[in-house]
Write a protein that binds this ligand. Structure first.
Ligand code: NAD
Length: 495
């Protein structure tokens, strides 16, 4: 096992993300041997914790992974805490002294990985202080992992990017989209490029439409304050949905490498049509959940959630049609949908293939009667909570007639397999340690995604929505179903 030598500095070390995701992921890397003796973690945040308190918290966050007492103590001994206000330059001097000491103590060869697990408002300040206070003068690599959201529109993202790239170069910046660390998202490329039956048909001659759904059954929980300023379009479509779309739509890369894959994803995003306001109105719908009943449980409406404005116009649901203007996809709608308080939690992709040119089958031999309808062939990729894929085909129903029966061939990864696979954050941390940016978003992807989404946002902001417009526990407003119906299609997944 190639053991990594590295000093992690985690900004926002007391926060939710650090505790729920980062410490358990670091522990898994420790357990599998990617991290061993030569690593140390400096956690910084405002709270005046001691190293002991910090180590106790770290141990608590990994308790569910059932470490032995010795494992937990040894792992946590690599963690150091530094109370710090990111706006105060002097604190970076203290950080630097600690960083140098740990570098020597653990023989880290000057490798520095900064994780900015804080509000993006601070990213610019942090990176500029890292440089001005001489924290980036060590001999090893200097990398920075950045959490979402990357800006709130193209302009703010561009400004943020300028701030970060004035200190770190593009290949030192790892913009997290944790969807890209998910097993089945990475499997999209395997399904496409390792199976000739799919790749040869992966175009507008054989595919009718593609559907991407990211459904949540939860509401905003305790994130109402944050969510109300963001909404589903910025929270989900700009990043996760457009990333999934680019993986589905990209041309086959000449090699399965960071450089080649990113280049193809960027080209795919550049081919997504940036709509006019009129086209936005035709192709995108928004929703907000009202009170509702599901499985005999009643749920409050979005406007009654804690932290949410009583007259909020924030959307908790988006459905839309993207159009990709290139040879491969011209004429194939990419329908996307995401929302909160929907019927069921699940992320799924449905690839709907075109029908055979003529339906030859009659339900009774020799008699003139209605033809049985043929269902389209559908390839479904299940991302979460179950992971796997299925293919629906038409077969003959057993019996004297020639009725068609849709048959589903399904493969699901078993629970045991999934328990032993690395978590998204674990994989992404390891990628960053390896210097592999394939599963992170390049600036050009972020920028293009904002250009695509900004016009939708601006068009919506000019009109007052009729909210709330879907009951909690449903699959969104009627308009989301109309969107496909007017094209002669329907949502394949209707839980
Ligand atoms: P959080 O509010 O729980 O934690 C914020 C951290 O920042 C705390 O450690 C706090 O002490 C520190 N902090 C705030 N102001 C500071 C200052 N002036 N100086 C020093 N430290 C300061 O936030 P979170 O949920 O952990 O999210 C962190 C980042 O990760 C955000 O960008 C968020 O959008 C992103 N993110 C979080 C999640 C998640 O599951 N929590 C998921 C995706 C993305």
């Amino acid at each position: 096992m190639n053991q990594k030598k590295v000093l992690f500095t985690i900004f926002g070390a007391t926060g939710d993300l650090a505790q729920r995701k980062l410490y358990p992921s670091l522990f898994r890397l420790y357990r599998t041997g990617s991290l061993a003796e030569s690593f140390a973690v400096i956690g910084t945040a405002r709270r005046p914790w001691t190293d002991e308190t910090y180590r106790d918290i770290v141990k608590e966050t990994i308790a569910y992974l059932n470490p032995t007492e010795q494992e937990a103590v040894e792992f946590a001994s690599h963690f150091y805490y530094q109370a710090h206000d990111v706006n105060d330059t002097h604190h970076y001097d203290t950080l630097k002294i600690l960083a140098n000491k740990l570098d020597e103590q653990y023989q880290l060869e000057g490798n520095l990985l900064f994780y900015l697990a804080m509000s993006p408002n601070f990213f610019g300040t942090i990176v500029s202080h890292l440089e001005s206070q001489g924290m980036l003068s060590s001999d090893g690599y200097h990398r920075v992992i950045i959490e979402k959201p990357f800006g709130t529109d193209f302009e703010t993202a561009n400004k943020l990017n300028d701030e970060i790239t004035s200190v770190f170069s593009e290949n030192e910046i790892y913009r997290i989209d944790h969807y890209l660390g998910k097993e089945m998202i990475q499997n999209i490329s395997a399904i496409r490029f390792a199976n000739n039956i799919f790749e040869s048909m992966w175009n507008n001659r054989y595919i009718d439409n593609i559907q991407i759904t990211i459904a949540e059954n939860l509401g905003v929980e305790d994130r109402g304050g944050y969510y109300d300023k963001s909404g589903a379009l910025k929270d989900m479509v700009q990043n996760h949905i457009l990333q999934v779309l680019s993986l589905l739509a990209m041309e086959p890369p000449v090699a399965f490498s960071e450089k080649e894959i990113r280049a193809e994803k960027i080209k795919a995003l550049e081919a997504v049509r940036i709509y006019t306001p009129e086209e936005v109105k035709e192709n995108f719908v928004r929703g907000q959940y009202d009170t509702g009943l599901l499985n005999q449980e009643s749920y409050t409406g979005y406007r009654q959630e804690p932290g949410v404005d009583e007259e909020s116009e924030t959307e908790t649901f988006v459905a839309g049609k993207f159009t990709i203007d290139n040879f491969r996809w011209s004429g194939v709608p990419f329908y996307v949908r995401t929302g909160k308080r929907l019927t069921e939690k699940g992320t799924r992709i449905n690839i709907v293939f075109k029908q055979v040119p003529i339906n030859l089958f009659k339900s009774e031999v020799g008699k003139k009667c209605e033809q049985p309808t043929l269902e389209p062939n559908i390839l479904t990729i299940y991302i979460q909570p179950t992971e796997g894929f299925s293919l629906s085909l038409n077969g003959k129903e057993v019996g004297p007639s020639f009725d068609m029966l849709p048959i589903q061939m399904a493969y699901r990864n078993s629970t045991e397999t999934m328990e032993n696979t690395p978590e998204a954050y674990e994989k992404l941390l390891l990628d960053a340690l390896n210097g592999d940016g394939t599963n992170f978003t390049h600036w050009h992807e972020v920028a293009q995604s904002w250009r695509i989404v900004d016009v939708i946002r601006q068009t919506w902001d000019e009109n007052t929505p009729e909210f709330p417009n879907y009951p909690a526990g449903s699959m969104g407003p009627d308009a989301a179903f109309e969107l496909l119906k007017k094209d002669g299609f329907k949502w394949i997944w209707t839980p």
